[in-house]
Every structure is written in C-alpha cells, then in structure tokens.
Ligand binder design. Sequence first.
Ligand SMILES: *Cc1c(COP(=O)(O)O)cnc(C)c1O
Length: 480
Amino acid sequence: MNAEEFRRKGKEMVDYVADYLENIEQRPVYPDVEPGYLRHLIPTEAPEDPESFDDLLKDVDRVIMPGVTHWHSPYFYAYFPTGNSYPSLLADMLSGAIGCVGFTWPASPACTELETVMLDWLGKMLKLPDCFLAGTHGLGGGVIQSTASEATLVALLAARCKAIRQAQATNHGLLESEICSKLVAYTSEQAHSSVERAGLIGGVIMKKVPTDNNYSLSGMLLKKMIEEDKAAGLIPFYLCATLGTTSCCSFDNLMELGPICNEENMWMHVDAAYAGSAFICPEYRPLLNGIEFADSFNFNPHKWLLVNFDCSAMWVKKRADLIGAFKIEPTYLKHDNQESGLVTDYRHWQIPLGRRFRSLKLWFVFRLFGIKQLQAHIRKHIALAKEFESLVRADKRFEICAEVVLGLVCFRIKGSNELNQTLLKRITKDRQIHLVPCQLSGRFVLRFCICAHGTESLHVQKAWQHITQLTFELLQEHIN
Ligand SMILES: *Cc1c(COP(=O)(O)O)cnc(C)c1O
C-alpha cells in the first residue's frame, strides 16, 4: 500500500468505523458463535502474495464482526465501561503514525513531556493534592501505565523495595530473602483480582481484610490484623485500598486507612480504576477525600473518560520511590541529558521498556470535549443508573443489593441464587442486552452498569422491559 492508496483506503476505513459506531445498536450486543468458530473461516497459512484491501474489508464483516462483543452498544451493561470517542480514535491514529517508542526522553521528547503535562492537567481536574503533580519542581508526578493491574503491581514492587531497604538499614545482617518472606500486603476482600495477583507476582503474602455491611474496608479491622501480624514477626508494608470496587462500586474508608498506613510506615496505593473518572465532577470529588495520605493513586481514563484502551493514569507522591526501585542502566539507553535532573525517563516507572505515545489520546480528548462535556458524560451515566435503580425499586419482585453511587446497579430477584442464575442465563442467551454477575455476601447478584457513550433513557427502559419480561416467564414456570 502506497501513500496514495492509504489516502483513499484510510478515508474508507474512517467511513467504516463511523458506520459501525453509528449503527451499532442494530447488532446483537453479544455474538452467537461457538469456541473455535474463527479458524475454519480463514486459510491455514498467511498469503504468499499481497491481497486487496477490498477483500480484506469484506472479511472483516464475514470473519470478525460475527465474533465481536459490542462494548459500545447502548445495550452493553456488563463489566465496567471501556472508553471510546472520535477524538481518542484520531489521536490513536496519529500515535500509530508517529510510531515512536518513548522509553527515554531522547527516544521522543514530545512523548515524554506531553505525558507529564497531561497527567498534571488530569491531576488538577481531579483536584489531586499538589504533592502528586510534577509541575516544574515537584517531587511527585504521573505516568501512563497500560492497566490498573500494572499500576497496582508497580506500586507493590516499589513498596517492597523500600521495605527491604528499611529493614536492612535497621538490621544489617538480614538477607533480602528473609525479609521478603516476612512482608505482608493487605487489601479488602472486595478488591479486584489483580491485587491478589500482584501479591503472587511480587512474591509476598497478600491478606484480604473483611469489609463491613457496605462492602467497605474500615480502619479497625485493618489495624487489628496489622497488630496480630507484627506480633507474629511479620512486616506489614503495603495496602491497596479501592475506591469503586468491581463487584458493587463500594468505597474503602481512606480517612481511616490513610493515617494507619502513615503511622505504620506502610505504602498506601489507591485503586480507583472505574470510579476515578467521576472525581472530575465537584459533587463526586468528596469520594476521593483522604487521598492525601496515599503514596500512589491510579484510575483508568480508558474506562470512563472517553479514552480508548489502553490508558491507565498513575500518580506517585515521590517519584524517586519508583525510579529507585527499578533502575538499570545499559549503555545503549544512557544519554547526555539524564544527569541534568530535568528529564524524565519513563522506562524507570514501569515494567516494560517500550511504551506508546498514549498521552495524545488525553490531549485530544481534553481539548475536543473540554472538562464540561466530560463532566456531562459522567453525570448522564450516573443519572441513567439512578433511573434504572428506581425501576428496580418500584418492582416488588426485585431488590437492590448495594448502594448506587455511580453508574453501577447491583440487583436481583428476591429468591434463590438458582433463580437469578437462570435469569442471567436467559438474558445472555437472548443477546438483546449483556450483563455479568457478581457475588455479594454469598448471594448471586446481577450487575447493570451504564457503559456506552450513546446509552440513553430509551435503551435503559427497553433493557428493563426485557428483564421483567424474562422474569415474568421464569416466575410463571416456577409457579406451574
Ligand atoms: C477494572 C478494574 C481493574 C482492572 O483494570 P485493568 O486496567 O484492566 O487492569 C482493577 N481494579 C478495579 C477496581 C477495576 O474496576
């Protein structure tokens, strides 16, 4: 494909994408395919000779689209949202064209510098305390990771490194392996599975602290566990608190947990993967209170801020804690500017070496929407969730299972877990809407999360009609 062809086909591709997104609600949200469906639709080998773009595009319709779960359909209510918008798609295209790998400052100065400034913009949108911002001479700063899981792991590894150094400073004979075997990290039993995984990868004990009736982690139980563990000779070093848990969007109590972590010299990481986007609205910002106690904070603009995957924003109070933990200096990555103290080499802030120019997506989205439209997007989703909540509450056959704070509603039929499982199976099989379940206090619960940018009241009303119709049929069968 030469430049001339790219100009033509590129425009066709843009039309294809716009048609896809504009008409997405006409497609069944969940695909009707069996595992292994794709292999027999395409040849067993790559072609020897070039094929035509037109043939390829036809195969996108024949091979790919039948197997796509349409996350941007207004009938998609599963998981949490994943961002999508035209400004973000355009930025991604430019990022692909520049195609730099921005591991150090000279590897592409704009890639590094725009990221630092965008994370400051975003931090200010959230009213993060100044200590998390880079500014011109701050000690903190932001970085784009691929995912919240990586941010949790990076924070845990940095905390581990700090804890090992501190233990060795007070007790010189101690081996790293001895210290590591005593390190304990904590999180709530409602935390995302990636937190437990970070403990496994980091090779430390990860304890799950029970939550209260609101599925929130409070200070008392954490404190008790820390005291017991210290008495047993263990070294508490890390807490991952969650704002907006994946199951039910509950919030851990940072105002209680923060001071405990600070007193115990433990690293507090705050995972707000989904909920973080809402903090750009002043009325939801109080949910972030207590962040001043944290060492690191992370949320995913790629979830709820109209930025395409991947873009997970992470801030640290002391960037030296991250950089100090993972620093390796091969000759081919050294450069003249690094001793000046003026440049950031993001390779020290993350696990991989390579990194894409992802801050372009933030820049395009912030400038082409403006903060006001982004706030309106968040508020609209929350209003739709409240609308769905009142539909559920008005129907005596159903119950709401957790407080509806943002765009997620947890609900179930008053009745057995089996009944609710059957309802979800039928919803999934029908493919008109798509939901996933969660477990709360041993009960099988349906999660209804407002996800797509284009979801309107009409879609939510239709979804509820569909759910109640299936419920009606299900309860009829149970009576007969
Ligand atoms: C979605 C989610 C994650 C995982 O996000 P990734 O970016 O896919 O790693 C982690 N924590 C919470 C609370 C989440 O909701």
